[in-house]
Design a protein around this ligand. Sequence first.
Ligand SMILES: [Zn+2]
Length: 168
Amino acid sequence: MDNEPRFIVDTMLGTVARWLRILGYDTVYDRNYEDWQIIRRAELEKRIIVTRDRGLHNKAIKHGLKSIILWEDSMPDRLAHIALVTGIKLSIDFNKTRCPEDNALLVKTDKEKVKDKVPAGVYRVHNDFWECPRCGKVYWIGSHWKLIEKILMEARDRLEVLKSKTNI
Ligand SMILES: [Zn+2]
């Protein structure tokens, strides 16, 4: 696990932070951070910076840090770019998934324990639930799942294209 890339995501890219957490990567995101705080934390915790800010990117490189500048607007393109540079996996492993809100590792929980925390209709049709030990939010593979899978599938396709380009 220590070999897994860790990230710190710049303030404009909150949705990217959420995706990296869902994919299981330890990702710091704090919308109040100034550039110097991002650089300092990346340095201390050996995190890869993800940003759209050329200034921050250049500062990071000067400090000898890894930094990815994301110009892409679509999430599949962004994820493919990050995967090309860092080797992250573009598929979900439920043993590694983190809370998109706060980066805590989700814990598989017994169905009975979440009975009062999820809508009755959800409780009836689902058996697998995960809970965040930090914020208490409960997750299940719901209707949004198709969209998540679709975006990841697109991201994997884009990654193949990027790889074929870089092999030339
Ligand atoms: Zn949480």
